[in-house]
Design a protein around this ligand. Structure first.
Ligand SMILES: Cc1ncc(COP(=O)(O)O)c(C=O)c1O
Length: 458
């Protein structure tokens, strides 16, 4: 510890001034900045202040349109589960969920119990399936308290759940995940029948649906999709033979778009909901509109002489007199550092190359060729600016990633602005709405789960 900090800790008067009192265990209140010194209340800030550096825009109309597009691919009685895990793939789970439900989705899928709880706290009443397989008492009880349906993926887990609810008046709704080839989660397809026989002997559980997950539906080679389908059909044939006729779901976005024979009673749609095709070869099979735009502000402009190194490591050296714009967004916000020197952004409707290493909070753009740029100009990294269209898929292709990872990268730091044709909604980052989502038209529709049955044909 430097002398300065030693002095600071020892200095009793300083301790008083900073309200630290005892240094042993400061409470969160004590750590909050002294009131009045600067603005910390998000609610008090104007939109300009909130978006002074960088922000994410989410177009909720696009979410609704994408659900409608997906539904054109389905039979009218096939339901849609909107997958809103990872905070709605970085788009804001509660907002996306409400937009999807308004557009006709009837179920929601989340990865964890806590994600489900957040949706309930936001006032959402639609049925929610937790996709992870849990059996520890605390999480199971929390799920039950919030009316979250659980996935069962192995027999020991089913026994543990049954033990918890065997004397309960209401059985626990469960959904059986059968592994037909993903090799991640689920009862092996060869053991599915014996698992269902076991479930029938266990008290306290109610088997609601049977599902599986596709491993390669977004690959051009469809061999494994057909093999998973064959295995699943074999299982379903055996289950029907023993009188098990629960609803079935199998398809993710790629399955919903490209394999009508895999739709069954419901599809579980993630990426397509957000307006992104799961693979380039599927893009022309459905019209999707990306819901997410990422924008930031020019914070400084400078002109460099030839031969100047730019950013960490000086991986870019100006070859000519270069007009350089500093932009207030970096890898801590969700722009992958691997994109350094391989990214194009749009300013005033014109493309400009990003140069040098992307830093934690800032990046640099060569704007020499642009007619005019000023401090405060908006820079589009993902989204539309005039005729320019910049996409998460382009980023993913450039760095050998996938669009799922790119959009999830914007989960944490940036404020989000939500657009509806009828108005703009501005939530507080990190805080979910507490009583249903207010839409621009003044409504706050919730979707009644009606005894947690499917709304659509099941
Ligand atoms: C079990 C399950 N179903 C559906 C989905 C949605 O997949 P996609 O985003 O490809 O539509 C996921 C996403 O990972 C998933 O894990």
């Amino acid at each position: 510890m430097s002398d300065f900090f030693k002095t600071w800790v020892k200095d009793e008067s300083m301790r008083e001034q900073t309200h630290l009192g005892s240094l042993s265990a400061p409470s969160p209140m004590e750590l909050a900045p002294p009131s009045g010194s600067y603005k910390t209340d998000w609610e008090e800030l104007t939109r300009e202040q909130r978006c002074s550096r960088a922000w994410v825009e989410i177009d909720l109309d696009a979410i609704g349109e994408n659900v409608a597009q997906i539904r054109t691919k389905l039979q009218p009685n096939t339901a849609v589960m909107a997958i809103v895990k990872a905070d709605g793939y970085g788009h804001g789970a509660a907002y996306v969920a409400q937009a999807a439900l308004r557009a006709g989705a009837t179920w929601l899928g989340v990865a964890t119990v806590w994600e489900g709880v957040e949706l309930r706290q936001a006032g959402i009443t639609a049925p929610i399936l937790v996709l992870e397989a849990i059996s520890d008492r605390d999480r199971v009880i929390t799920a039950r308290e919030h009316q979250l349906d659980l996935t069962v993926a192995f027999t020991k887990q089913a026994v543990a759940l049954s033990n918890l609810f065997s004397s309960s008046e209401r059985p626990l709704p469960i959904h059986l995940n059968i592994d037909t080839g993903m090799s991640r989660l689920g009862v092996d397809w060869t053991e599915a029948e014996s698992c269902v026989r076991l479930l029938r002997c266990l008290s306290g559980l109610e088997l609601k649906t049977i599902y599986s997950h596709l491993a390669t539906a977004d690959e051009p080679d469809t061999t494994m999709v057909h093999e998973q389908h064959r295995r699943f059909e074999t299982v379903l044939h055996r289950l029907r033979a023993i009188g098990c006729d629960q609803p079935i779901h199998f398809s993710n976005s790629a399955g919903a778009i490209a394999f009508p024979e895999l739709h069954y009673d419901m599809v579980r749609v993630g990426l397509a909901l957000y307006g992104i095709a799961p693979a380039p070869h599927l893009a022309d099979q459905i019209t999707l509109r990306p819901a997410m735009s990422v924008r930031a502000k020019v914070t400084q402009l400078r002109t460099l002489p030839p031969g100047r190194g730019v950013s960490y490591g000086h991986r870019f050296i100006s070859e000519r007199e270069t007009k350089l714009a500093t932009v207030g967004i970096g890898y801590a916000d969700g722009v992958p550092r691997l994109l350094s020197g391989r990214l194009a952004v749009a300013i005033r409707g014109q493309l400009a190359p990003q140069v040098g290493t992307i830093t934690m909070d800032q990046l640099l753009v060569d704007v020499t060729e642009l007619a005019s740029v000023e401090v405060g100009d908006t820079v589009t990294l993902i989204g539309a600016d005039g005729h320019q269209r910049l996409t998460a898929q382009q980023w993913a292709e450039t760095i050998g990633s996938i669009p799922w990872e790119i959009v999830c990268g914007f989960r944490q730091r940036l404020p989000r602005l939500y657009h509806l044709a009828s108005g703009l909604i501005e939530p507080t980052p990190g805080i979910q709405p507490t009583s249903g989502v207010e839409f621009g038209d003044g409504s706050s529709k919730t979707n009644e789960a009606s005894d947690f049955k499917y709304g659509n044909g099941i």
